[in-house]
Design a binder for this molecule. Structure first.
Ligand SMILES: [Cu+2]
Length: 273
């Protein structure tokens, strides 16, 4: 590890884990757990994530190295990770205004260190969320705020007026049962072929699931990652079971695979009390 690699800080997050969703609130290094409680709940363990960003203040559009390590409750470096959806660690990168989203997979050196080189599209504040599962423990999300040089005007986050979105070759409509804080809801992504308007019957698994959904609150404090409820999912309409912890604006990204392409679609929702 380079001596001058910036040790940006520690971020700690212990998650309340359920079979279909994870949610966390993190305002400091040992934020209380919020989330939705059902099925088995994993024991809280205190895992400390350590991030290194090089250069310490990245420049937009230029190469930036992100490194991550985790220390267990005993202070020892965690070196054994369980596979979660085909990867040992999932890294979600968003701009603080949530206009930019990236889901990437750092490489593991087998000895505790994850590394990825990436670029950021514009200046200002970003949030990093690393999701991983130490062998024998529950799933953990560790987060880090970073600041890039140059300021980009944050884009206002406004609830969508239409929940039908176009991707390269699809038209995707989001439906839900209800959007009330703390209440569980089913989010259904109805994926149609853009030309035929018929349900897209040739979706492929993406990272070991029919799809992945990441939800982040407008203040970027709440992070939720859910996978489809297979029992309810039809081929072209995967259903995700989620709960929004508090009222406010949330951005929801759905990721699916079709014809060897990764489809990412996003919605901005207003959750009521
Ligand atoms: Cu991933």
């Amino acid at each position: 590890m380079k001596r001058n690699a910036a040790i940006v800080g520690l971020a700690l997050l212990v998650l309340s884990l359920s079979a279909c969703s994870r949610a966390a609130s993190m305002k400091g290094d040992s934020a209380p757990v919020s989330g939705h409680h059902e099925h088995h709940e994993s024991k809280s363990s205190s895992i400390q994530g350590m991030w290194r960003i090089n250069p310490e203040i990245p420049t937009p559009k230029s190469n930036t190295r992100i490194q991550f390590m985790a220390h267990g409750p005993d202070g020892k470096l965690v070196t054994q990770f369980a596979m979660m959806h085909e990867k040992l660690l999932h890294l979600i990168v968003v701009s603080k205004d949530l206009s930019y989203f990236n889901h990437i997979h750092p490489e593991y050196d087998g000895e505790g260190l994850f590394t990825i080189d990436t670029t950021f599209p514009f200046g200002g504040e970003y949030r990093l969320f690393a999701e991983f599962q130490p062998e024998g423990g529950g799933s953990v999300v560790s987060r880090q705020a970073i600041m890039l040089s140059g300021m980009a005007e944050p884009k206002p986050l406004l609830p969508d007026k239409t929940l039908t979105k176009s991707t390269e070759r699809e038209q995707i409509t989001l439906t839900y049962d209800q959007l009330a804080a703390g209440k569980e809801t089913n989010l259904t992504f109805h994926i149609a072929d853009a030309k035929t308007k018929k349900p897209a019957n040739n979706l492929e698994p993406y990272l070991g699931a029919a799809g992945h959904v990441v939800i982040i609150s407008g203040d970027s404090e709440q992070y939720i990652h859910v996978h489809p409820d297979d029992a309810k999912s039809q081929d072209a309409a995967p259903v995700f079971h989620a709960a929004f912890p508090s009222p406010g604006i949330y951005k929801v990204w759905g990721q699916f695979a079709r014809d060897g392409r990764l489809i990412t679609v996003s919605y901005t929702l207003q959750v009521l009390t």
